[in-house]
Write a protein that binds this ligand. Structure first.
Ligand SMILES: [Zn+2]
Length: 416
């Protein structure tokens, strides 16, 4: 009897270890419009209190979204009330929202002739992304896949190179998925590849005049962990020496003004910037690859979610911009106008620091190297935040494609 109990206990323990993190009872609260004083209070909370998870950062005249477990909800509400911050419930039960978001899209069509597993009716795995780009490379003489190194858990980080434009043509770099839980980001990056390559005949000028380098999943370990174990995991899966908590926020780990703002030095925080700049193998791999691109990419786009924003650098401090900020802002605004016209979304183009000063992000680093146009789209929210149901992948891909056309037409060689 005792042995049986022991075995049952062990079995339950193994099951518990394998189970996905349960977000039943977690809620996301959204605030009213915030004053600068209220913004400061919320930012202090974000970097000092690990009970609360910010889905949308506090910024003046904007709203913040904050998730809490049922256990800490009262404390969060007391904090908001104490600072005279209005709030309402955005997501009543995060566990239920995750379940909804994991159902296959109702529009899902099976395609027996598909050459790859990836489809944009559901969210793919890291293996699906790599298979997709390998297939694109195998079908086109001007496409190839380059391994840029392995993640900390040994996953292959692969970049798709579309070099039909040829030597000296403007380079374009696309980075997606550096935050694990922002699943729409790799989905839209790969949708962009599909549109560029498989719909080439509709717009040959893009592949003919540019070279594209696409890293669909910049944080493969975190992404797979968010699929298998904790849907809302954000960081990589690096071991932090001497700490119980795993993971560094890869988008706080880059060496340009590293750790100056918007980060935590606690390894358990979601915005832990690492012990040193570029400490993480994933950042190191991307940095080494990016430095090989010559000329420096004319355009660099880093896909994130979920705030309906189109951000431009710098993000490390207020009132700090690249020299050509006027043309960056103009092109970003034009891209957003085209994006919004497709499905009636209401994206805004703003400076990253206006959203939230945060140092050590990859977009700041790329801009500091001289990439002329650098943007960080925070893709659509639709009231779901990070757990966007898959039927929104294709509409997101379509509206972002409209933004791509504006940007590519503008920077097309010999057209300026
Ligand atoms: Zn992000």
């Amino acid at each position: 009897m005792r042995v049986q109990t022991g075995v049952s206990f062990l079995f339950a323990l193994v099951l518990a270890c394998q189970a996905k993190k349960d977000y039943s009872g977690y809620q996301v609260l959204t605030t009213g419009k915030l004053s600068p004083v209220q913004v400061d209070a919320l930012r202090n909370l974000q970097t000092s209190d690990e009970r609360f998870d910010f889905w949308k950062e506090a910024h003046p005249d904007g709203a913040a979204d904050v998730m809490s477990s049922a256990d800490h909800l009262t404390a969060l509400k007391e904090f908001l009330t104490k600072h005279n911050i209005d709030y309402s419930v955005k997501i009543q039960d995060v566990g239920e929202a995750i379940q909804i978001s994991e159902k296959p899209s109702p529009t899902k069509k099976s395609n027996p002739n598909a050459r790859y597993n990836l489809n944009w009716d559901e969210y793919g795995s890291h293996d699906d992304f790599n298979e997709f780009i390998e297939e694109i490379a195998s079908q086109n003489s001007w496409a190839s896949v380059r391994s840029i190194g392995k993640s900390v858990e040994g996953r292959d980080m692969k970049v798709l190179e579309l070099t039909k434009g040829g030597s000296g043509a403007p380079n374009i770099f696309i980075e997606a998925g550096i935050h694990a839980r922002e699943w729409i980001a790799p989905a839209v990056a790969t949708y962009t590849v599909k549109e560029l390559v498989e719909n080439y005949d509709s717009h040959p000028e893009y592949l003919d005049n540019f070279n594209f380098y696409v890293l669909p999943c910049a944080n493969p370990d975190g992404y797979e962990y968010s699929r298998s174990t904790d849907r809302l995991w954000r960081k990589n899966r690096g071991l932090n020496d001497g700490a119980l908590c795993k993971g560094v926020d890869l988008n706080r780990n880059w060496e340009f003004h590293w750790a100056e703002s918007g980060v935590s030095d606690s390894p358990c925080s979601d915005v832990f910037c690492g012990y040193t700049p570029t400490s993480e193998i994933e950042s190191q791999n991307i940095k080494a690859f990016y430095s090989t691109l010559s000329p420096v990419p004319e355009l660099t786009v880093c896909f994130h979610s979920a705030a309906n924003l189109w951000l431009y650098p710098y993000g490390y401090a207020y009132d700090s911009y690249p020299d050509n900020v006027d043309e960056i802002r103009r092109l970003g605004e034009d891209a957003v106008d085209a994006l919004n016209a497709v499905n009636g979304q209401s994206f805004e183009c703003i400076n990253s620091a206006e959203l939230y000063p945060a140092a050590g992000a990859s977009d700041d680093y790329y801009a500091s190297l001289g990439s002329r146009f650098v943007y960080t789209p925070e893709l659509r929210d639709n009231g779901f935040g990070f757990v966007l149901p898959p039927e929104y992948i294709i509409p997101s891909g379509e509206e972002v494609w409209a933004a791509w056309k504006v940007m590519l037409d503008k920077i097309m060689p010999n057209k300026e």
